[in-house]
Design a protein around this ligand. Structure first.
Ligand code: NAP
Length: 305
């Protein structure tokens, strides 16, 4: 592939950092967006050119995107609390980014003459039923807005839009995985009895390789599930984590208990969404290096040790 000019919005995030690293290693010229002037040095150390702007400030964002002259723009913006969302209201800033931030970034990318726009979406949200909590519905609407804005711009011929619906991220540098590992070691992460969940997951390294593949593969208007080979239940996930970390077996609690403590977390961990990566494999020529969570967790625990 020839050298591309890639603008990564969310370049300082969980997927953004390894993505920037991979893009630089592949020889591309990368501009990474952050709101914080303090992060410029670490982005330079990755080999990227930093750009400082708030994605909700359309005019400033357009200026920095135009200055970067990107051929490709990648949207990896979220604004979730550092210790993860616990209630639906925690999604509100991310919802704004998915609606208004997407609009601003798409407009800037098109104005800059970029040819391709890759949007990072969230697969699990598609498993939420219409009668779920109202606050969660706002999250669904925001993800739908992100996806439909990208696909509409692609249909209109303004830019090639590709949507990547990532499963739940996990991996050695993933804050959620680190948190789960700490809890499981203290036997503070229970499993629920009669768990019927099926959660699509993806190792962050595999989310990065799929995003790299989407730079020049996958059709304009394509929507791909970037998930590993087999969805697993929350119980399987927690038990695998405990076994591999040498932690005590997790306690089992009735399903009503997590619903009482955090209805949002209980909903997100009880989704049943057995997605397939067959289309992503075929269209992107991509395959996960960690096809199952068990394989990915083995690497995660080894790295943590
Ligand atoms: N985490 C998951 O399990 C998961 C699962 C599925 C999909 N995803 C997708 O993966 C992508 C990113 O997730 P992540 O876990 O990497 O997020 P993250 O670690 O929280 O990073 C968020 C990024 O967004 C930037 N950002 C936030 N608000 C901004 C604003 N107003 N203006 C400009 N930049 C802003 C942050 O930059 P600064 O703080 O430096 O400004 C940071 O680079 C999203 O596309 C999300 O939908 C995540």
């Amino acid at each position: 592939m020839s050298t591309l000019r890639v603008f990564v919005a969310g370049g300082s995030g969980t997927i953004g950092i390894p993505l920037v690293r991979a893009l630089v290693e592949a020889g591309h010229h990368v501009t990474a967006l952050t709101r914080s002037a303090d992060k410029q040095q670490s982005l330079r150390a990755l080999g990227a050119t930093p750009a400082v702007a708030d994605a909700l400030d359309a005019s400033r964002l357009k200026d920095v995107v135009l200055a970067a002259r990107p051929t490709h723009v990648i949207h990896q913006l979220t604004a979730l609390p550092k210790d993860g969302p616990r209630r639906a209201s925690d999604l509100a800033p991310t919802n704004r980014l998915r609606i208004d931030g997407t609009r601003n970034l798409l407009a800037a990318a098109i104005a800059a003459g970029a040819t391709r726009f890759i949007g990072g979406s969230f697969a699990p949200i598609h498993g939420i039923r219409p009668d779920a909590l109202a606050g969660v519905q706002a999250g669904v609407v925001a993800v739908q807005s992100l996806e439909s804005q990208i696909l509409e711009a692609s249909r209109a011929g303004a830019i090639e839009g590709v949507v990547l619906r990532y499963g739940l991220f996990y991996g050695p540098d993933n804050p959620a995985t680190k948190r789960m590992l700490a809890l499981v070691r203290r036997r503070m992460l229970p499993v629920v009895r009669h768990d019927r969940s099926l959660l699509p997951c993806i190792h962050v390294d595999d989310a990065v390789s799929a995003t790299m593949a989407a730079l020049d593969r996958g059709s304009a208007g394509g929507v791909y599930d970037i998930v590993d080979d087999r969805a697993l239940s929350m119980t399987e996930l927690v038990r695998a984590l405990a076994t591999m970390a040498g932690a005590p077996a997790p306690r089992a609690v009735p399903a009503w208990l997590p619903r009482l403590v955090s209805p949002y977390l209980a909903l997100m961990t009880s989704l049943r969404l057995p997605l397939s990566n067959a289309e992503a494999r075929a269209a992107l020529g991509w395959r996960p290096a960690f096809p199952t969570v068990q394989e990915g967790l083995a690497q995660t625990i080894a790295r943590a040790a």
